[in-house]
Design a protein around this ligand. Structure first.
Ligand code: WT7
Length: 659
């Protein structure tokens, strides 16, 4: 156990975790209601929680808008002149926004979106790199009740296309291009190609769409076959200044659109249970799922967690290295820090560019106090030795955080010692796209164990269970489940309630159907974990076919679809293998079509194929050509068996194995 210093304890909002946790457990709704009262509402709620299996609806009857809390409510206070964002470009150029300036920019853009006919409930895809306009675009949508769906800028054509189609977006917001190390990524081209592919798919047979090869759709219809000319406009932000083609009538420059707009725009009144955004995330099967989050509950959950876990103070400079293409950026770069009136620091580039000292140089220069990153980055920087961070003055740091995948004790200790100088507690925060907010994490005043995410946040009840749903003994690995609803819980899977039910509430891993029949709240996280004798949680990793590569969540099925789209490939099976830096790496087993000769050149071609379709983060590490794949009698590939074989582990139950 590593105990916090007196200084940390003195400054912490919560000093006695155990006491408050036990108190809140008695009445979590009262706890969340009190937090909700710290925020602004247009109309108070009638009911804190309405649980209607399998849906939890929070603050029912309440009216609000998250942007009212993120921006509007600061405008008549001192916070208006405070910096909301300090953004530093790859080349060191700085752009800052006060809360007032951010509010003006958001209002202008919101008016621009309105001028294009967008209204409450419409969907917009945001395909932007880590530039301030990414946040401005999200906030502008939310302000007028438009549902945003951010697509990580590192995704390629096919991944982008699938997300635009599934969300039924009318408008795409993108950049011309953006600097990435020494290159320019020409992302506008991806948008053009994605829209072109949508048109092709709608004009022809849905079967031609390779991405739909393994889709399990509730209605059996291919979405790509529905809406012929769904994209009305593409709004382009000039970032790289590269040559692009603007399609007249469809494409609009952002700077031209906002130049004409008024910096005043009224924030639309939303029901607490109205959707705020859709964010796609990978699951066990099929295409990524559109996770829906609300205005009201999401607001309350994200607001409070960052505040308490990072002990946010008015003079903090908080640096979160994530990208808003992922949930970490949504919750903890955009919405929560703004609702807390914090100053957030954002760096456009990667941790190794222009050199691997960049983050520490930025910490020194901008006097960063709170720093939140991912284990994969810590491991990569740790490998380069202590010398690089030791060159910089990191004494401004007070609290460190990590998220995205399990952190091994060695990396944890290095982070704590070399970056935090043994005075900054490390908040290992466990959560998911679906949870919206941090769920299991230490608090600054908690005693820490290197490599453990510690204990659940207030009002969160977690458990480790076996396949029958019974609590697992101490130190025994089992399924991590959640036993009570929480405010920023996902509302549904967009256009796929069946998948919502079957993934989170009636997961086939749990064999005790009594739980389902009783309509018990029993949220299945998809993670395996252990709990030790002190009640500390140790996350082991995913227990489904989700692979975490450098903290990025990828589904085996979507990777396999990309392989199968290649003319030489008959069948593909993809697994995750342990990797020292990335956490997991991708290995694919490929059955080639008859008469196709295996070769190294073909392997390279297949890697490029997946990269081109999904994105560089999905580039496979290993490819093996095989004649057969282990399958169940019903023809499902048993990736679990492949993985056990690959890692030389016991094969487990193979009674359903066909061959
Ligand atoms: C999955 C969710 C939540 C923001 C980024 C990831 C893994 C997340 C931790 C942690 C061990 C973690 C889990 C989880 N994960 N945080 N602190 N320790 N594992 O969101 O992409 O939805 O992925 O990330 O496996 O299920 P996501």
């Amino acid at each position: 156990m590593i105990n916090p210093s007196q200084e940390i304890i003195d400054s912490a909002y919560v000093k006695d975790y155990e006491k408050l946790y036990t108190e809140v457990k008695e009445n979590p709704e009262a706890f969340w209601e009190n937090i909700a009262k710290e925020l602004s509402w247009f109309k108070p709620w009638n009911k804190v929680l309405d649980w209607n299996y399998p849906y939890a609806r929070w603050f029912v009857g309440g009216q609000c808008n998250i942007v009212n809390n993120a921006l509007d409510r600061w405008q008549k206070t001192d916070v208006a002149e405070k910096k909301a964002y300090i953004w530093v470009a790859q080349d060191g150029t700085e752009r800052t926004f006060t809360y007032k300036q951010l509010n003006d920019a958001v209002s202008r853009f919101a008016n621009g979106l309105k001028s294009l006919g967008l209204k409450k409930g419409d969907r917009v895809s945001i395909y932007l790199p880590r530039i301030p306009e990414q946040f401005i675009a999200m906030l502008a949508c939310a302000k007028i009740g438009v549902i945003h769906s951010v697509v990580f800028s590192g995704f390629s054509v096919d991944a982008l296309k699938n997300r635009i189609v599934d969300a039924e977006a009318k408008v795409v917001i993108c950049a011309d291009g953006y600097p990435y190390k020494d290159k320019v990524v020409e992302c506008k081209k991806n948008v053009d190609e994605a829209i072109e592919n949508i048109k092709m798919a709608t004009g022809g047979t849905p079967g031609r769409d390779p991405g739909s090869a393994q889709v399990t759709s509730t209605d059996g219809k291919d979405k790509a076959g529905q809406n012929l000319s769904q994209i009305e406009h593409v709004i382009v932000i000039k970032r790289a200044g590269n040559n692009i083609q603007m399609q007249p009538g469809r494409d609009i420059w952002y700077h031209e659109l906002v130049a004409k707009q008024d910096p005043i725009c009224s924030t639309v009144i939303m029901e607490a249970t109205d959707p705020l955004f859709i964010l796609y995330t990978s699951g066990s099967t099929g295409k990524p799922k559109g996770v829906i989050h609300s205005h009201g509950g999401y607001m309350v959950g994200t607001y409070s967690t960052l505040r308490w876990i990072f002990n946010l103070q008015p003079d903090d400079i908080y640096f979160c290295t994530a990208d808003s293409g992922w949930i970490t950026g949504h919750s903890y770069i955009v919405y929560s820090p703004l609702m807390n009136g914090a100053t957030t620091f954002v760096y456009e580039g990667t941790p190794d560019y222009p050199d691997p000292g960049i983050w520490w140089r930025l910490v020194e220069k901008y006097k960063i106090t709170k720093f939140y990153t991912a284990p994969t980055a810590i491991r990569a920087l740790m490998r380069l030795g202590d010398e690089i961070p030791n060159k910089y003055d990191l004494s401004s740091l007070k609290i460190l955080g990590t998220v995205g995948e399990p952190i091994n004790p060695e990396a944890w200790l290095w982070y704590h010692r070399v970056i935090g100088k043994e005075k900054c507690p490390v908040m290992d925060t466990w959560w998911q796209t679906e949870t919206g907010m941090m769920m299991i994490s230490p608090l600054p005043a908690s005693p820490l164990k290197a490599g453990s995410a510690s204990k659940p946040f207030f009002g969160i009840e977690t458990e480790i269970v076996d396949e029958k749903g019974n609590p697992a003994p101490v130190d025994t690995q089992g399924y991590l489940i959640i036993k009570k609803p929480w405010p920023s819980m996902l509302m549904d899977v967009y256009n796929n309630p069946k998948r919502y039910l079957e993934t989170y509430f009636q997961n086939e891993a749990i064999t005790n159907t009594q739980i389902f029949e009783n309509k018990q709240f029993f949220y299945f996280t998809g993670d395996s974990a252990k709990k030790d004798a002190d009640g500390y949680y140790w996350i082991v990793g995913r227990n489904d076919d989700v692979i975490k590569v450098s903290g990025h969540r990828l589904g085996s099925a979507e990777l396999e679809s990309a392989f199968v789209a290649h003319p030489s490939v008959a069948e593909a099976a993809v697994i995750g293998k342990p990797d020292e830096v990335k956490g997991e790496k991708i290995k694919a087993f490929i059955i080639l079509k008859k008469d196709v000769q295996p070769s190294d050149q073909l392997k390279e071609e297949l890697k490029q194929q997946v990269r081109k379709m999904i994105g560089p983060i999905a580039t496979p590490d290993e490819i093996e050509f095989v004649d057969k794949l282990p399958k169940t009698r019903s023809g499902k590939i048993m990736r679990r068996v492949l993985k056990a074989q690959e890692l030389g582990q016991p094969l487990g139950d193979t009674s359903t194995l066909e061959n």
